[in-house]
Design a protein around this ligand. Structure first.
Ligand code: NAD
Length: 302
């Protein structure tokens, strides 16, 4: 048996297309253009790529994109002033500060300063609390994307046993909350969980959000289960040879040993090309939602 491979790239592209149509409709009916502001502090190479990709995707969806780049030695108060001015800017409906930020800046203080209704990363404690209370919230993008993939693959998730490995505020906890909202029976596993393999084997839906390359082995997967691999880990790939500096080339792998799990699971996301592309699509979705709520117009379903 070989699992159905969930094509996150295609599902994300479809979602982005629907968001683009919704933006056009909002412009035509309410003269409203959703705007997303992204703030990058410092020169981190990976962050620069993420920010650039977010800007491109935002414009492709027909939204307004605002990009701010601050030097690595920016004092915390300067960044907070920037965030406060974006909080007050009526053209900006979503604010994202790219993490990680340099060490002189507290990530939590930054999150706490973003207006909750513009917090398109869904990290503000008010949004986390609203999600946990079953109230409308802005939800972290990767968890939202993960659950959309599961729903699109399986349909109704009611009654399914979901095991989420990882309990971070960014991924594990919000994924668990979203699956609970879909009427799953949810188990959250983490670094102190006893006999993780057995816990995983009981999962109809297994979400891995750990950050350890290929932690989840094939025999941890229940036959036919839906495996959503959130992990992104860069590992050496000697089979690809060496780079110009003579160092082994690298590749991205997930938290699941894909080659083993694909033989057991019913459905599985690849890395790359699974959950990853859904993150930006869900950021755009959150920006659309935030714009509708701030303007007091009916939310467009996408
Ligand atoms: P994190 O380090 O904040 O949290 C990791 C979690 O894994 C913790 O809750 C910890 O308890 C648990 N854990 C650690 N070791 C474990 C073990 N041996 N057994 C079981 N649980 C263990 O990481 P995060 O921010 O939640 O990210 C998790 C992974 O998801 C990372 O690989 C990250 O790169 C990836 N990620 C991907 C996207 C995306 O767009 N696809 C977005 C965010 C994060």
């Amino acid at each position: 048996m070989t699992a159905h491979i969930i094509d996150g790239k295609a599902i994300a592209a479809e979602l982005r297309g629907r968001i683009g149509l919704a933006v056009t409709e909002l412009q035509n009916t309410h003269n409203l253009t959703p705007g997303l502001a992204v703030v990058l502090v410092g020169e981190d190479a990976a962050s620069q790529v993420y920010v650039r990709n977010k800007g491109i995707a935002t414009k492709q969806a027909g939204m307004a994109s605002f990009e701010f780049r601050l030097p690595a030695d920016t004092p915390q108060e300067t960044l907070l002033d920037k965030v406060r001015s974006l909080n007050d800017d009526p053209d900006v409906h979503g604010i994202l500060v790219q993490f990680p930020v340099p060490e002189q800046i507290s990530q939590q203080v930054v999150v706490d300063t973003i207006r909750p209704d513009k917090d398109v990363d869904g990290l503000h404690p008010i949004n986390a609390g609203r999600l946990a209370s079953g109230l409308p919230a802005l939800t972290p993008c990767t968890p939202l994307g993960s659950v959309i993939l599961a729903k699109q693959t399986l349909g109704d998730l009611t009654g399914k046993h979901a095991v989420v490995i990882g309990r971070s505020n960014l991924v594990g906890k919000p994924v668990a909350q979203l699956l609970l909202k879909e009427n799953c029976t949810v188990t959250i596993a983490h670094s102190r969980t006893q006999d993780l393999a057995s816990v995983c084997r009981s999962a109809d839906i297994l979400v891995a959000a750990v950050g350890i390359a290929e932690l989840v082995k094939g025999d941890w997967v229940k036959p036919g289960a839906c495996v959503i691999d959130v992990g992104i880990n860069r590992v050496e790939a000697p089979e690809k040879g060496v780079d110009d500096a003579g160092q082994p080339k690298t590749k991205l792998v997930g938290d699941v040993a894909f080659d083993e799990a694909v033989k057991v699971a019913g459905h599985i996301t690849p890395v790359p090309g699974g959950v990853g592309p859904m993150t930006i699509a869900c950021l755009l979705r959150n920006t659309l939602t935030a714009a509708c709520r701030q303007a007091g117009v009916p939310e467009v379903e996408v």
